[in-house]
Design a protein around this ligand. Structure first.
Ligand code: PFF
Length: 452
């Protein structure tokens, strides 16, 4: 069985692939606009706290589960616990992978289309561009196809190879754009926006946004890191590799901030423009630069690359489930899951041209795509992470999980003890409180005990 599951060729290959999964639209599209609408530096600070104190300890749960069992999220929970309701938590991860892929692929398709748009139709707004379903649906289909073509080649030849080429390219392109932005007169205001916090703007909603963003950005809560961890050999050091992944992801999110806000402030854009920020505001910023359409095209190449290494991981999670537990071939799994994600994403692609899809709303999110993102990209990831944390800490047992982390010269005994406190108490409790604040009765309860 094991031989046809695949394995990373090296730890560096794993780090690049896992960082590739983590680094995506979440860092370059979502982080800047969420930071922009949540007041800048104060949000960035909370985000960093969430990554360090909640996400990093939790990341080790997923990596330990994956490498110990060599399975997908469902198979991993089954292997550690046998048949029990906990299996549903693994199943939620697999389902979340398909659902996030469905709308994420739509946005990735826009990013890909914008490479050409910057030359062909620079004046078109995002609304006009995305409302043309003759363009947005084929772009979405194309992006899902790219993803399928990488994943069908397997772990080493597909995912790892793509990440090895694409991730360094991404970094170089970003650095070029940062230098370009920082050298514009007035860029410093954008830097200040990111580093000078004003804590008076912080509310529970800011904390929720920061935690949700941290999970999404690090690909946590749906077992992507269980799956990627399952292709790691025993000799790999989970503590260092996991820390690198978190460091790279956070670094790239911050770099994305430094790529966007200085240019934005220098050229007079509005930081709180929401989801269209990079699609609408940035191109107008680029338009004012010399060689603006080339810079814009470079930026959207970069965004497409980042998105591809993430969609690959979103597809790999359900695929690994069908390969491991349903004994499907990789090829069949990839095409079936890819097609399912495409079907599920069609309403998101058609939303800009459909009044009824635009008017769907839930708990403050409006429109099919935003509602899907709220359910799967926010709530499901947080619920999944909370439950998998409890599973590792209390059901599998933090000492057994800790023994896995100690393999390959990884975590020391002392660190395992501290980590155990985090994953048994601090992380699940914190996530629970944040989730509670999402619901009206919960936020009233939190306010009543002075935490709201
Ligand atoms: N981390 C990716 C991003 O920041 O764009 C999105 C993502 C990928 C979330 C894989 C969850 C996941 F399992």
């Amino acid at each position: 069985m094991q031989h046809n599951r695949g394995q990373w060729q090296s730890t560096a290959g794993f780090i690049l692939a896992a960082a590739g999964s983590a680094i995506g639209l979440g860092n370059i599209w979502r982080f800047p606009y969420v930071a922009g609408t949540n007041g800048g530096a104060a949000f960035v600070f909370l985000y960093l706290v969430c990554v360090l104190l909640i996400c990093l300890p939790y990341l080790f749960c997923e990596l330990a589960m994956g490498r110990h069992t060599k399975k997908n999220p469902v198979g991993a929970v089954l292997a550690l616990r046998g048949k029990s309701p906990w299996t549903l938590v693994g199943a939620l991860g697999v389902l979340t992978g398909v659902c996030i892929l469905s709308y994420y692929g739509v946005i990735a398709g826009w990013a890909f289309g914008y490479i050409f748009k910057s030359f062909l139709a620079p004046a078109l707004s995002l609304g006009e561009f995305s409302a043309n379903s003759m363009v947005s649906v084929p772009l979405f289909a194309l992006f899902i196809l790219f993803t399928i073509l990488v994943v069908v080649r397997g772990v080493e030849k597909g995912i790892e190879k793509a990440a090895r080429v694409l991730m360094p390219m991404l970094l170089v392109l970003m650095l070029l754009l940062i230098v370009r932005g920082l050298t514009l007169p007035g860029a410093w205001k954008g830097v200040e926006f990111l580093i000078k916090p004003d804590f008076s703007v912080v509310t529970t909603a800011t904390v929720l946004a920061a935690l949700g963003q941290a999970f999404f950005s690090l690909s946590l809560g749906m077992g992507a890191m269980i799956t990627y961890g399952s292709y790691l050999p025993k000799s790999a050091n989970l503590q260092t590799s996991g820390t690198y992944v978190a460091l790279f992801d956070t670094g790239i999110a911050l770099l994305a901030g430094f790529m966007i806000f200085p240019a934005l402030f220098a050229l007079g854009g509005n930081p709180s423009s929401g989801p269209p920020l990079i699609f609408e505001v940035l191109p107008t910023v680029f338009a004012q630069m010399t060689l603006g359409s080339v810079v814009a095209a470079v930026f959207f190449v970069l965004l497409s690359i980042a998105a591809l290494t993430s969609t690959v991981s979103l597809l790999e999670v359900p695929v690994s489930y069908f390969v491991d537990d349903r004994k499907w071939s990789r090829k069949k799994s990839v095409w079936v899951v890819g097609a399912a994600a495409f079907a599920l994403g069609l309403p998101a692609a058609l939303e800009p041209s459909s009044e009824s899809l635009r008017s769907i709303s839930l708990m403050g999110a409006t429109g099919y795509l935003s509602v899907m993102d709220l359910i799967w990209g926010n709530i499901s990831l947080a619920v999944g992470a909370m439950l998998l944390c409890i599973f590792t800490g209390w059901v599998w047992g933090y000492l057994k999980a800790g023994a896995e982390l100690q393999e390959g010269g990884g975590m020391s005994e002392g660190t395992v003890k501290i980590w155990g406190v985090f994953i048994r108490f601090i992380c699940p409790l914190f996530i629970f409180l944040v989730l509670l604040s999402l619901f009206p009765f919960g936020s009233r309860l939190l306010a009543a005990i002075g935490l709201g």
